[in-house]
Ligand binder design. Structure first.
Ligand code: 5GP
Ligand code: SF4
Ligand code: MG
Length: 457
């Protein structure tokens, strides 16, 4: 998912729309905006793409100098309008809107406890739990009640919480999800990805820190901590696949890090071939890096139909397979008779790689050597990225040779964990760690709240 917030701009809701649009790749199931004029919170949301949801929106109705927005793709909770965020809660003591990126691991348990004590939930989303916990901590929505509530939830989260006259911004104690602060003139801006700042002409100010709780109001910005400072564990998949190439995540540019992944991959797994091609769009940066390092030409061997959405987000395997077919086509005149290194950023189920190898061979490619610019994914993600169950992960069920056979490649190799880390982490300070749990099984946060013990040099 993607979250966006803006404080102190005449065109708050419209700018939120543009910000969400630039983060459309983070979720395509639904989108919403809640604005505040200081007196009342006003929501507008729907299922589908940002453009479709707001096609008939009247931005004059979403008045006020403050707004929060969200683009959703579901990890917990179904694909229904109730679960589209920001969630809005109205109470006599004041209203609250909530936008969340991440996943609350103990949501089920907390919800059970809350229901036993009399709470009734409107949604099946894990996000709603936090709203109940805040209200349980005291009647007022304040730094104190929010900090109390945050200390009860375990998982990965970037939250924007809006009440009529204040905006709160919080990041989980391990900083697994990205969240940055920017400025547009006098206005404060908050976004999952910095590409949203560029989109609206805002400038990047700083990262939200792990365990930090920021309050923004007409008095300005203030910061406190609700949790102890820990080693940051930024999601490595943000770099590998999820974020936009023009975004800087935790101060590291996405395109540049992907290129370095390709460079490391070429060092670790060189290949005799005629050309390097990347699977559009997310693997092009890594393919450029691989070509540069290996001295092989980078070619456009596959093109993408830009009018088809991301395959991964389709609901069923059947539709996913169909989606891949509609989405990518080989460039026959380029690949015919050639030995090809095909770079993909990652393999989850293996659907994409299998189809592309088939497609390239059918178009006359002599050899297809698959090189993956990240380590193999063998473990589920509990922090908000939909990798589903182990059963579906090809690398959890086959050996390297087995995978090679399954996808019909002439050879296959993955980037090592060390190579990935080298490509992402600039210096191993407290703020520069990454989560690699889906690849290594080293989970930085456990459901019972236990943390991996980290020693830093
Ligand atoms: P597969 O077809 O192996 O299941 O999926 C891998 C492909 O899907 C990669 O090319 C990657 O770019 C894309 N993809 C889409 N969504 C995701 C995601 O959430 N995680 C990862 N790792 N890859 C994804
Ligand atoms: Fe990201 Fe993988 Fe960690 Fe999930 S388990 S947060 S996808 S690196
Ligand atoms: Mg891809």
């Amino acid at each position: 998912c993607g979250v966006f917030g803006i404080w102190g701009h005449e065109k708050a809701a419209e700018l939120t729309y543009y910000g969400l649009h630039s983060m459309q790749h983070r979720g395509q199931e639904g989108a919403g905006i809640v604005s505040s004029d200081g007196v009342e919170l006003k929501p507008y949301k729907g299922l589908g793409l940002v453009n479709d949801v707001f096609k008939h929106a009247d931005f004059d109705e979403l008045s006020g100098k403050v707004a929060v927005g969200h683009v959703r793709y579901s990890t917990q909770g179904g694909k229904v309008i109730e679960n589209v965020q920001p969630l809005l809660f109205r109470a006599q003591a004041g209203s609250m809107a909530l936008a969340h990126n991440g996943n609350i691991m103990n949501a089920h348990k907390l919800r059970g406890e809350l229901e036993e004590e009399g709470s009734i939930f409107q949604t099946s989303s894990d996000t709603e739990v936090l709203a109940h916990l805040i209200k349980r901590s005291g009647n007022e929505i304040s730094e104190k009640t929010i900090a109390n509530a945050l200390n009860k939830v375990v998982g990965a989260y970037a939250y924007i919480i809006l009440k009529e006259d204040k905006m709160f911004v919080a990041l989980d104690p391990s900083g697994i999800r990205p969240l940055s602060i920017g400025k547009l003139g006098e206005a404060y801006v908050v976004a999952s990805e910095t590409c949203a700042f560029d989109q609206i002409g805002a400038t990047f100010e700083r990262e939200v820190l792990p365990g930090e709780l920021i309050t923004i109001s007409d008095e300005g910005l203030s910061s406190t901590r609700f949790a102890m400072r820990e080693q940051r564990k930024m999601c490595a998949m943000e770099y590998v696949y999820l974020s936009r190439p023009d975004s800087d995540v935790n101060l590291v540019n996405i395109h540049a890090s992907r290129k370095r992944m390709g460079i490391e991959l070429a060092k670790e797994a060189p290949t005799e071939a005629d050309m390097v091609i990347g699977v559009p769009d997310s693997s092009i940066s890594a393919a450029i890096g691989y070509a540069e390092q290996s001295g092989l030409p980078y070619e456009m061997g596959i093109i993408k139909n830009r009018y088809v959405g991301r395959t991964f987000i389709q609901p069923s395997q059947e539709l996913r397979e169909l989606g891949v077919k509609m989405k990518l086509s080989p460039v026959r005149g380029i690949v015919e008779g050639k030995r090809i290194v095909m770079i993909d950023d990652s393999i989850v189920r293996g659907t994409t790689s299998r189809r592309i190898v088939q497609m390239l061979k059918k178009a006359g490619a002599k050899e297809v050597h698959v090189r993956i610019a990240s380590p193999s994914i063998q473990h589920p993600c509990y922090y908000g990225i939909d990798m589903s169950t182990r059963k579906e992960l090809i690398a959890a069920n086959y050996t390297l040779e087995g995978i090679c056979e399954q996808i019909g490649a002439d050879s296959i190799a993955y980037l090592s964990e060390a190579g990935l880390e080298k490509a992402i982490v600039k210096d191993k300070t407290l703020n520069q760690g990454i989560c690699t749990a889906c690849m290594t099984g080293k989970y930085p946060v456990k459901e019972d709240g236990q943390k991996e013990v980290v020693f830093t040099s």
